[in-house]
Design a protein around this ligand. Sequence first.
Ligand SMILES: *[C@@H]1O[C@H](CO)[C@@H](O)[C@H](O)[C@H]1NC(C)=O
Ligand SMILES: *[C@@H]1O[C@H](CO)[C@@H](O)[C@H](O)[C@H]1NC(C)=O
Ligand SMILES: *[C@@H]1O[C@H](CO)[C@@H](O)[C@H](O)[C@H]1NC(C)=O
Ligand SMILES: *[C@@H]1O[C@H](CO)[C@@H](O)[C@H](O)[C@H]1NC(C)=O
Ligand SMILES: *[C@@H]1O[C@H](CO)[C@@H](O)[C@H](O)[C@H]1NC(C)=O
Length: 507
Amino acid sequence: MSNVFRLLVLSLLVIGKGDGVYGLVDEYRRDDFPAEFVFGSGTSAYQVEGAALEDGRSYSIWDTYAHSGFCSGANGDIACDGYHKYKEDIELMAETGLEAYRFSISWSRLIPNGRGSVNVKGLQFYNDFINRLIAQGIEPHVTLNHIDLPQILEDEYGGWLSRKSVEDFVAYAEVCFREFGDRVLHWTTFNEANLYALGGYDTASSPPGRCSSPFGYINCTIGDSTYEPYLVGHHFLLAHASTVRLYHEKYKAMQHGFVGLNLLLFWFEPYTNTTEDVKATQRANDFYLGWFLNPLVNGDYPEIMKKNAGKRLPSFTKIESEKVKGSFDFLGINHYTTLYVKDNPKSLETDNRDAYADMAFTYTGIEFPIAEFPLKPMGLVKLLSYLKEEYGNPPIYIHENGQVHARNATLIDTPRVAYLQAYIGAVLVALRNGSNTKGYFQWSFFDLLEMVGGYGYGYGLYYVDLDDKELTRYPKLSAHWYANFLKGNNISDIVISNLKVKGSFSS
Ligand SMILES: *[C@@H]1O[C@H](CO)[C@@H](O)[C@H](O)[C@H]1NC(C)=O
Ligand SMILES: *[C@@H]1O[C@H](CO)[C@@H](O)[C@H](O)[C@H]1NC(C)=O
Ligand SMILES: *[C@@H]1O[C@H](CO)[C@@H](O)[C@H](O)[C@H]1NC(C)=O
Ligand SMILES: *[C@@H]1O[C@H](CO)[C@@H](O)[C@H](O)[C@H]1NC(C)=O
Ligand SMILES: *[C@@H]1O[C@H](CO)[C@@H](O)[C@H](O)[C@H]1NC(C)=O
């Protein structure tokens, strides 16, 4: 009880601070954004669905990774049981006022053998899911691959390390376009393509958990951190480009949709104003963003990557380069905070280098384990401005943005409200300055299975009680805040009005 009281006082402080202390704009409404701009929230298949081996689904590399103990011992066998609870979940989304919902399709649920025959039960599930979203007026935004390649393809030919993955991915994507494309207009090929490659193949901090000494977080028995991330990134680009080409040639005229790629992007600030740190900051952008966006916009990798990675970075043939160049309708970005970059030239002194050593910088700005992201809304404004200036202002969807906390039953998540208020305000500032941003998705709709920390951390608007057999969902203050914003209320008033309703959910 006294805990709740203390948190309420904190809430009042948020109001008191006003004047741009947290955010860049003090007040705004949904109406300040263009009507066609979409606001939503998101999740991914493995993190919420559960039903891991039910109705014909087979394991993905994430199932295998989690079952090896690498998600803090947690796994997605049950997760939020979204596979069974999706009807009520979509009701919650509608009550929250979501205009769009970002989720991913589990490839191994739809095509359990990785290629070939489609699982009728999986098809039914996603058809019903999409139909129910649309019946509630919620736009489906679909990610095709959220770190969950079917394990069977990993076993057969080494997954993304093999060129064969390109063909299988495109065939899977085509099944999705054919079956769901009459209702789904927004497709993302890969979630966090950059981190998928780095986490999966350099540090082993995400599936499939490959690395080589001394680069991994774990002692890998298999992998080579010096070149695998680059090879896999190359295959992501080829798979992405072929998928976009296929959509444009065969489906776009009929379905009128859009296909993009998603990256995890920080905003990087130089730690000091020395030439070295400023150059290191440019290098950080080139390695995180330019790695994928330079090929998509210009047809080749950034010069600094070619220089520092040398032969370990694949090169594009002329035909590949032409295929990749221009092959995106939008860029999806996952953004959480700003990092401060310090030059680290020493890491280039050895030949045994992984991608991080090639980047040659160290950073501050977040500490592990992450307790809470520092609020740096100006970083998002600058990132969107950088995309405008350096890459021709492509259409952007902010696919993930949100605040993390150790997961607990406290429903008064004032820091999350302050975070969302500040960052959505930052999007408004960027839009007013000419950014081509088209939508914003809060991460995540529920507290779910996180790669880092398993069920120990939450980003959700809704708390899921894991001790309750029913996995009951409870709205946090942030759910009420977002709902009020989406209903068109003035956000300066929202915190106050929510405090009035707190009794209904903090008992
Ligand atoms: C890796 O192996 C070394 C030597 O056996 C051991 O000291 C270390 O704790 C291991 N690290 C991890 C993350 O398991
Ligand atoms: C770098 O210079 C800019 C412009 O003069 C200034 O705003 C900023 O605070 C400086 N940064 C550091 C870390 O000194
Ligand atoms: C519980 O979560 C809330 C936000 O959801 C956070 O503000 C608070 O610090 C957390 N409490 C603990 C003890 O971790
Ligand atoms: C606004 O846009 C201009 C022109 O692209 C850019 O120079 C400036 O840095 C931007 N301002 C902010 C606050 O992002
Ligand atoms: C929003 O609310 C604030 C605080 O109540 C008020 O000062 C402001 O005029 C309101 N803005 C609009 C556009 O209604």
